[in-house]
Design a protein around this ligand. Sequence first.
Ligand SMILES: [Zn+2]
Length: 772
Amino acid sequence: MSRAIRDVEDLVAALREDAGDVGTVDGHLRLPPREARFVPYPDWVLPALKDALQARGITSLYSHQREAAELLHAGRDVVVATSTASGKSVGYHLPVLDRLLREPSRARALYLFPTKALSRDQMAELERVLAGATAGGERLTVAVYDGDTPPDTRRALREGGHLVITNPHMLHAGILPNHTKWQGLFSGLEYVVVDEVHTLSGIYGSHVANVLRRLVRICAHYGSRPVFCAASATISNAAEHAQRLFERPVKLVDDDGSARGPKHFLFVNPQLVSEASGMRVPALDAARRLATNLVAAQPDGGIQSIFFVRSRSNVEVLLKYLRDECKAQKADPERVTGYRGGYLPNLRRDIERGLREGRITSVVSTNALELGIDIGSLDVCVLVGYPGTVSSTFQRAGRVGRRQRSSAVILLARSFAMDQFLVREPGFLFDAPREAVAIDPDNAVILANHVKCAAFELPFTRGDGFGKAEGIDDVLEFLSRDLGLLVREGDRYHFAAATFPAEGVSLNAAELDNVVIHDRDTGKVLGEIDRASSITEVYEGAIYGHQGEQYLVEEFRYDDRRCYVRRADVDYYTEADTETEVRVLHLDASEDFGSYCAHRCEVHVSTLAKAYKKLRFYTRENVGDGEIDLPPEEFETEACVLALDPELAVRAGLSEGANGGGLRGLAELIQGLVPLFVRVDPGDVRVSSELRHPHFERPTILIHDAIPNGVGLSERIFAVHREVLQAALGVVTRCRCAGGCPSCIGPARDQGRRGKALARRILEELLGGRSA
Ligand SMILES: [Zn+2]
């Protein structure tokens, strides 16, 4: 880049002309500016509230804000799915605050935010609004209730809080089990707002859906029936997802009336290091090179930028590079800062203010700044690697763009299939949203855990429902007869023990028993790991990583669920070799595509860890191995299976394939691309392949939920698998490596010399053509 850069348009033009050592611009899209659609406030809004909002600069409403406000005011349940900086919250603040101000002695509301930081940010905004709007001279009591709330505030909130802001964990373990202390809240509860519902996916989302069932049950007990409002990033199934969460018909508001300046999306592939191996310059290095240009171009700091990186350590590395560059260019290094979890709250507030005021021109952040914390609008967003989901990509992109000015989002691709796919097909992000969120509130383990918590809160009578879950009487019988957790008296079930069951139920796991990791040197508990992962992570001899430190596993008492580790100064990590057997129990649905059959089925998964390797950091040099002596981990779950026509296998040359490399590589590629279509957390789904599966007697690719009973992920994948295959073909066809690389089917050394050619032929056969 050589030309002078005064603004974002200059930067975009310079990068397109010659991105130099940053890489090559493979894709460029420009979103045209959008005019705001303003509408007046509804007539029912209290003048005092309207005045207070107008004093905050909200002189009129965007059309979607009014649409949401009107629906909620009329008692309809709503999900608002508009762009990041579109002011979704005003849409629900209006009806909620209006009610609270009109009936302060009775009306109550509850807001759920995913993080503490976001809760406090919303709290601050509400306080500013409410400073100008009182109920007959009295201020409303609004506060955050979480682990950091001081005892006085807690008491005040319990006794007379009008609006309680909290998170799902706190509602689950702190508020619902103590509902008798919150009678005022539950008997007057009129509105429940659940923000960022797209983050409520998989196991966690399935738990939260059950926490909401418990909330509705407690409200019914106190005689209230609140209206629900969800706010979401753009996903393909926002209304359906909110409907599953709330178990009610939900009205979708997604016609965005907010303004936007022109926004550029640049997709940059870092330079190839070697064509044959497919390796590229790491995205973090490309980010440093880009930052050098940005900082150099900005003696006066006219362009404000945000760099999103994947880890806390990457924040510090890139921050150091940027500050060094400032010093080299005689600019003030304090203009550049980091932002991540672990920074103290005061420092974070100071950084947020610095960004709003323009004092800070560049920030390097983890996902900590992805959600709605107010930092004003910046100009350039650099994504160092694809963030993993479409919705978080747009959340991050939403950090830039002021009303009348151009902004740019620059994605620096990594050598992963997902990143490489997007760089070559940037349109994917902008066509109709495809990312779906899957939850299954009726997962047997998750449901049983919450029925247990609910029984503690209020006894059950046979025939009582629990949301829309079926077979609750059987669950109650199981909890009382088999587990002895409930006592049955006639038709009533009471909780038997004195302890809070909610404390033992983690919203992030679907296990009844985790393995606890103890540090022998300090005697402290280091962490927990779910049982299914324990056999591949904490076997004796394993190196267990924790916050950048290495620990050697000295003893694993499998039956006691305890593991003992000690700090170890080693230059290697360990990797277990596992054998997974997926046995089909029952076919739920099948669809014939000619060259293969797709099945949705219930499966039994058995994973045996037999041995492990010690691999040196960075080089992966093998420096030793050992045996693992643990029983197999077994569970039943849901799967999506692609069973290939045996003739296809012959045509594609699969039978000659050396050790199934092509098929295995294809399975790995599918695993890498699935998150583009279905929102999955790492480890939520597993993909495997078999050259001749015993049940189908043909080559198969199996995709299964990684937790017992599943949470509906493989069902979603079954529905979109053709699109995943199409994307896979695109990646394999365009990847320039010779025989496989991390950007497509995995390195040639793992998949065999012919692996890539085989994978491509199989895909062409599966999709019924030889399209390029
Ligand atoms: Zn490749």
